[in-house]
Each structure stands twice: as structure tokens, then as C-alpha cells.
Design a protein around this ligand. Structure first.
Ligand SMILES: N[C@@H](Cc1c[nH]cn1)C(=O)NCC(=O)O
Length: 438
């Protein structure tokens, strides 16, 4: 058997193609920080227009999660993943060739649209090609790709853009994406059987679902308390991480410790290093322990504690901030277990819509929490500007980080509630509930 005909090897090739597209998703979604000055020069954008360009990606991303879940369940990851990869890559090519803010905005929206379908398609692919007890590891591994993308979107992207220019860089990423989307189409079949391969031991063939059945599952999800609790966990965990890395993690250090932006960005880089390792390690541990709720609750609780060091001390030693940022990134992996739990609560054929529902909450968190923190900070302006941006007081940052830590603490309480419900038998928190959390 060669690598294409052996299903246990073939699945890694297909996952690799999908993961390459997901790496590009993460590079594009976090690239605005590095590109901002050049975009301002080339398109004459105001700060508000630049913010809209950045935020449009997240809004579209959140909005299309549930339709993506329906399509991933009904049509399969091969078509959804490859068409999404093609769309985001064409968007990147268009963005690189844009000659006005309008074309740049439309192209960026296309990148967001294509990107939004990739993560759920990968998880849906993993549900069909990996055993249930490998699923949290695969979800974590996929989440870690986001950490790698976040790292590549900092200094490596900045250096490349400096050397060859932003347009050739984004154009090249578009070409890589077109090749990767082609590889997804060729390799990522619906299941081993659909690829004409032997079944994989312990991975049952999943029945096809109709749109009507998926509608029924969506209605069940809307009524399911566990789904809402899991969504709160992911809203808090994913939202807090995206807020820390993508928005307020750097300005806090610049203002409170009076460091320059480049030095401050090393701290958020540490958080991304945490995301590189944490989701895989925690997912793997959960699979080994055959437990989901206990590691999720412990991890999200520690996440809240790590984040709370900032509002509690206001200006802790920088080494403490470094450890806290790294710990937050690593422990974010615990929040990702919410995706495995919801997947195991629903029939295999509807796992896409179930995971997409919880992922939506994660990206609503990534959109809402930076804004809420910003509104809190606005009440504590110093009246000065640092590096062209409005400066806020240290107390303002304590309040804003307190809101963020409080949100993660609510995620922790939701996770505790899930544990209690599971122990009381009021919820079958996992399809394998008796094995997973006895
Ligand atoms: N790992 C997260 C994204 C993230 C959060 N903080 C830094 N990166 C992830 O994979 N989320 C799912 C998705 O759809 O991107």
C-alpha cells in the first residue's frame, strides 16, 4: 500500500492540505497589523476604514459558521474546503492587485468568506477519518496551526513585506492557496469509502443526512442548554485570546510599562507560542484520559487565574506578564475541548452543524470582547497620544482586563455547571458520557 492507498497515511496528506489552507486563513486574518501603514499609504485609508477592513473579516467569519456546518455535513469537506480555499486565495490575489479602498474591501471580504468555511471543514473531515478518541488531539492540532499562523503573521510577515513589498507577498500567498485548494480537492474525500479505500478500524462510515434532518438538529441545538454552556466557554476562551493577541495585549504593555511596540509585541508572540503547543497538548491529554469536562474545567479555570493577574496587580513584574500571556495561549487549548464535546453530543452526520454552532460563539466573542474592552478604556483616556494612538490610564487597563478575566471566569462557571449536570445525569454531555466523565 502506498501513501495514497493506505487510509491511515492518506488522511494525514489530506489533513496537511486542509491545514495549509487554515495556516493561510490565520496569516490573512492577522496580517492587518503588519500591513496597516502600507495600506494607509496606498489606499489613503483613515483609522476607521482600516478598522472596518480588519473587522469585516471577523464579522463575515462568524456569520457563515452555521451555513458552513450545514454544507460540511451535507456536501462534505472536499467541496466546501476546496471552494473556500479557492475563494480566499482569489480574494488574496484581488487584494494584492487592488487600486482603491473599495476593491481592497471587497477582496478582503472574499478572503473572509472563503476563510470562514475552512476550520469547520477540517473538523468535519477529522470526524470522518479519525477515531472518536483521536478527535480532541486532531482538533487541538488544527487549533495549533492557528498559533503557527499567528507567529508567521508577525516578524516573518513583516520581514517578507519589507524585502519584497506587501503586494507580491499577498499575491504569493494567494498562489500558494490556489495550489493547496487543489490538493484539498484531490485528497480530502468525504470518507475512506468515498476515496475507494479500506475502512479505518474504529472509524464507522457515517450516514448521509438530509437538509430536513439538519434543520431538526439545528432546532435541537438551539434548545440544548449544554450547547449554550459550551458556547459560553468558547465565546470566553476564543474571544479572550483573539482580544489579547489581536487587539489589547500590545497597547497595555506599551502604556503601562512604557515599552516600544516591537518589544511589546514579543509578549503577544509568547501567547501565540502558547496557542502553538497548548491545544494539541490538552487535546492529546483529554484523549489519553478519556475525559473532556474535567480538563476543560481545570484549564479554563487556570486561564481565568492567569488573565486575572493583570487586573489584580495592575502592573505586575514583566516576567509575570510574559508567563501569564504564554499560559493564556496554552490554556486556550482547554476551551477548544468544547468543540469535541458538542461533536460527541450529536449524531455523527450532524457533527458539522454542532461544532459550527459553538465556533460561531467563539468568533462572536472575538468581535464583541475587543469592542467592550475598548468602550471601557474610552472612559479612562489620559488625554495624550502614544505613537499616534489614544493612551489610557493604568486603572483603565485594570478595568478592561478585569472584564476580560471576568468573561473567562464566566466560561469557567459554565464549565463547572456542565460538570454538575453531567454528574447529576441531567445531561449526557458526551455520546460516550459514561466513559468520558464517569
Ligand atoms: N485557535 C483558534 C483561533 C485563535 C484563537 N486565538 C488565537 N487563534 C481557532 O482555531 N479557532 C477556530 C477558527 O475557526 O479559527
Amino acid at each position: 500500500m502506498n501513501v495514497l492507498s493506505d487510509p491511515t497515511k492518506r488522511r494525514w496528506l489530506a489533513w496537511g492540505a486542509l491545514a495549509t489552507v487554515f495556516l493561510l486563513v490565520n496569516l490573512h486574518r492577522l496580517s492587518t497589523a503588519v500591513l496597516s501603514e502600507r495600506l494607509t499609504t496606498d489606499f489613503g485609508t483613515t483609522a476607521a476604514q482600516l478598522g472596518t477592513l480588519h473587522a469585516s473579516f471577523f464579522l463575515i467569519y462568524a456569520a457563515i459558521q452555521i451555513p458552513t456546518g450545514v454544507l460540511a455535513d451535507r456536501v462534505g469537506p472536499r467541496y466546501v474546503g476546496s471552494i473556500g480555499g479557492l475563494a480566499l486565495s482569489l480574494g488574496a490575489v484581488g487584494f494584492a492587485m487592488s487600486d482603491s479602498y473599495l476593491t481592497a474591501f471587497v477582496s478582503r471580504a472574499l478572503i473572509g468568506l472563503g476563510s470562514g468555511v475552512i476550520f469547520v471543514s477540517i473538523l468535519r473531515f477529522c470526524a470522518n477519518w479519525y477515531r472518536a478518541e483521536e478527535f480532541a488531539t486532531m482538533t487541538g492540532l488544527t487549533g495549533s496551526i492557528a498559533g503557527l499562523g499567528a507567529i508567521l503573521a508577525t516578524t516573518p510577515l513583516a520581514v517578507t513585506v519589507e524585502q519584497v513589498g506587501w503586494r507580491p507577498t499577498i499575491f504569493a500567498l494567494g498562489l500558494v492557496g490556489i495550489v493547496a485548494a487543489g490538493a484539498v480537492f484531490v485528497l480530502a474525500r468525504q470518507s475512506p469509502a468515498a476515496a475507494g479505500l479500506e475502512p479505518i478500524a474504529g472509524v464507522p462510515e457515517q450516514p448521509a443526512v438530509t437538509f430536513a434532518e439538519l434543520g431538526g438538529h439545528l432546532r435541537a441545538l438551539a434548545r440544548d442548554i449544554d450547547q449554550w454552556l459550551l458556547s459560553i466557554v468558547f465565546f470566553a476562551g476564543n474571544g479572550a485570546m483573539l482580544t489579547l493577541v489581536g487587539m489589547w495585549g500590545v497597547p497595555y504593555i506599551v502604556v503601562v510599562y512604557e515599552l516600544d511596540v516591537t518589544t511589546a509585541s514579543y509578549f503577544t508572540l509568547l501567547a501565540s507560542v502558547g496557542v502553538l503547543f497548548g491545544p494539541t497538548a490538552i487535546g492529546w491529554l483529554s484523549d489519553r484520559l478519556e475525559r473532556r469536562l474535567v480538563p476543560m474545567t481545570a484549564g479554563i479555570g487556570l486561564f481565568a487565574v492567569a488573565l486575572a493577574t493583570i487586573p489584580i496587580f495592575g502592573r505586575p513584574p514583566l516576567a509575570v506578564v510574559a508567563v501569564a500571556y504564554l499560559a493564556c495561549g496554552f490554556l486556550f487549548g482547554a476551551a477548544m475541548l468544547s468543540l469535541s464535546i458538542v461533536k460527541e453530543r450529536y449524531p455523527a452526520g450532524a457533527s458539522g452543524v454542532a461544532m459550527a454552532t459553538v465556533n460561531t460563539a467563539g468568533f462572536v466573542g472575538g468581535t464583541v470582547l475587543p469592542m467592550v474592552m475598548g468602550m471601557a478604556l474610552d472612559a479612562y483616556q489620559t488625554g495624550e497620544t502614544v505613537g499616534g494612538t489614544v493612551a489610557y490610564t493604568q486603572f483603565g487597563y485594570r478595568i478592561a482586563f478585569g472584564i476580560l478575566a471576568g468573561t473567562v471566569a464566566i466560561g469557567f462557571l459554565s464549565s463547572c455547571w456542565l460538570l454538575v449536570r453531567d454528574r447529576n445525569g441531567s445531561a449526557a454531555v458526551s455520546a460516550r458520557s459514561s466513559e468520558v466523565d464517569p
